[in-house]
Design a protein around this ligand. Structure first.
Ligand code: MUC
Ligand code: MG
Length: 375
């Protein structure tokens, strides 16, 4: 049967936005964030938006913003034009033979298809996915200025304004002695009621990790994220069995198959799920189901997306029955400006999941024009 609604156009736009301060991670220092915004148009005139965003060019993963745009322009868009805009599973399955992996690019396309379908049916994406079980998501903030006193002041002001009460510290740029001192000083300054996690972004050797984690555990740190290289799954398993403090897998987990491998080897207590790593919202649900069934706790992670990507993630994470470690969907707050008309709402230590059709957010065309990469 011929579909009644077909895809007419798919555009991938690179957008560069300045950050509010330098964001220092083990593998990159970010003074701006680059988003790839995907805009689809269907034959019924309905538009959909999606976003593919990574961290530090190619320093977090194998897809760069420029590569994502090329993948969409050259391969994914031509394969989708003329296809049924309403059959999202069929559209995404068709892309599997066109492009191996390239999950960030596929995530942006699937998000845009879901946004359009939600607008078409007059329901939010969370409803398309079966319904939200929470209206707001707890959201932490990452302290990553690189300076201990600046981080403490930043945390104290965010606690006072009730925006965040959990903080993730980025470590791994310096030696472990300095890192442990930095984390311990912040933990002591903020007190026992404030949850502190650390993200090493794979920077430590297994021996350094064992040494540092024992000190962090003694200092009362609540969780350690991706301490060692992502392919050292056995090493992660050894750390997870050695320490009480939960070990979270981030770079080591993308797909449902990764979740299964980690579960089989007991390589993590918590999984950092991200819509881009999974290759879309439905694959996030599939990955979550594997982790959940294996008894691992789940965490709504971020690639520091802007508002479109963060809200897409908020929709899917609002539907998961269990989300033990809350979320870090603060990406829009790290940006000085935005390309949407109304920025996401953060209050009471949480992010509101929009209830309007589709994503429930609209593009600011002037801002998009201003910040899109020229030339
Ligand atoms: C990561 O590795 O988890 C998440 C928060 C943040 O500051 O960086 C990201 C990436
Ligand atoms: Mg991480």
């Amino acid at each position: 049967m011929k579909p009644s609604t077909t895809l007419l156009s798919i555009e991938a736009i690179i957008v560069d936005l300045p950050t509010i301060r330098a964001h220092k991670l083990a593998m990159a220092v970010m003074n701006r964030q680059t988003l790839v915004i995907v805009r689809i148009k269907a034959s019924d005139d309905i538009e959909g938006l999606g976003e593919a965003t990574t961290i530090g060019g190619l320093s977090y993963g194998a897809e760069s913003p420029e590569g994502i745009k090329l993948c969409i322009d050259q391969y994914l868009a031509p394969a989708l034009i003329g296809k049924d805009a309403q059959n999202i599973h069929a559209a995404m399955q068709g892309l599997e033979t066109i492009a191996q992996e390239n999950r960030f690019a596929k995530c942006a396309i699937e998000t845009a298809l879901l946004d359009a379908q939600g607008k078409r049916l007059g329901v939010p994406i969370s409803t398309l996915l079966g319904g939200a079980v929470r209206e707001r998501l707890p959201v932490l903030w990452t302290l990553a200025s690189g300076d201990t006193q600046t981080d403490i002041a930043e945390a104290q002001s965010l606690l006072a304004s009730r925006r965040h009460n959990t903080f993730k510290l980025k470590v791994g740029r310096r030696g472990i002695r300095e890192d442990v001192a930095h984390v311990t000083t912040i933990k002591q300054a903020l007190g026992d009621d404030v949850r502190i996690t650390v993200d090493v972004n794979q920077a430590w050797s297994e021996a350094d990790a064992a040494k540092a984690i024992s000190q962090l555990e003694a200092a009362g740190i609540d969780l350690v994220e991706q301490p060692i290289a992502r392919d050292n799954i056995d090493g992660l398993a050894r750390l997870a069995s050695r320490f009480i403090v939960p070990i979270m897998a981030d770079e080591a987990i993308h797909t449902p198959a990764d979740a299964l491998a980690i579960a089989k080897r007991g390589a993590a207590d918590v999984l950092a799920l991200k819509i881009a790593k999974a290759g879309g919202l439905y694959n996030t649900i599939r990955t979550a189901a594997v982790g959940d069934a294996a008894g691992m706790a789940l965490y709504a992670g971020t690639m520091l997306e802007g508002s479109i990507g963060s809200i897409a993630a908020a929709h899917v994470f609002s539907t998961l029955p269990r989300l033990g470690w809350g979320s870090e969907l603060f990406g829009p707050l790290l940006l000085k400006d935005d390309i949407v008309v109304e920025r996401p709402e953060y209050a009471d230590f949480s992010l509101k999941v929009p209830t309007g059709p589709g994503l429930g957010i609209a593009l600011d065309e002037d801002k998009l024009m201003h910040y899109r990469r020229k030339g």
